[in-house]
Design a binder for this molecule. Structure first.
Ligand SMILES: [Zn+2]
Length: 189
């Protein structure tokens, strides 16, 4: 997550809207199905930044809000090359949304740093499991093992996206069920 000058934001692109809208809708459907429908839904727009510059972001979120921005260059790339573009875009939307949810959890924690510590412990446990299993046990776990995910919060946000889609391995899904319990509502409530 980084912050850009507002001049770099694009407010409207009809082509990107047509492409992003179904993915944002998918992300919101998954969030609602997971009992997170009482939190603000994600709102998705875009920004311009060279994608192939080292450290270029593909997604950003505005601190304290569910507003998410996607890199137009990345969107164009996914549109041309993606095998499941709707899910690929929804995945990044859900990742950025997870940062927003973690901020909400941190804002309400009784002792400062408690949420962060739980995530760091789970991340360390994930790395231990992957060592034991040689990192090849399960495709989602393999995807979670990346340089980007050496940072516990980034790992947790990727895990959140898989959790929302129902594909996160049970051991870590239980952790997210527990972590998110206080912001979730039962599906019928
Ligand atoms: Zn992130």
């Amino acid at each position: 997550m980084r912050f850009l000058a507002s001049a770099q934001f694009v407010e409207q692109s009809r082509v990107a809207d047509a492409f992003v809208a179904p993915s944002a809708a998918l992300a919101n459907r998954l969030l609602a199905a997971r009992g997170l429908g009482r939190l603000p839904p994600c709102r998705v727009s875009y920004f311009i930044e060279e994608l192939h510059r080292p450290g270029a972001a593909i997604g950003l979120h505005t601190k304290g809000t569910a507003n998410i921005r996607l890199n137009l260059a990345w969107l164009a790339d996914v549109a041309q090359r993606g095998t499941d573009p709707e899910w690929e875009v929804a995945f990044v939307v859900l990742h950025e949304y997870a940062h927003f949810v973690l901020e909400r959890l941190e804002a309400r924690e009784a002792s400062p740093g408690a949420v962060r510590q739980r995530i760091e412990a789970e991340h360390a446990d994930f790395l231990r499991r992957m060592q034991r299993l040689g990192g090849l046990a399960d495709p989602v776990s393999r995807k979670l093992l990346s340089n980007h995910n050496a940072v516990a919060e980034e790992w947790c946000c990727d895990a959140f996206a898989y959790w929302a889609a129902g594909t996160l391995p049970a051991s870590h899904a239980a952790f997210l069920d527990a972590l998110l319990a206080e912001v979730r509502v039962p599906p019928d409530a």
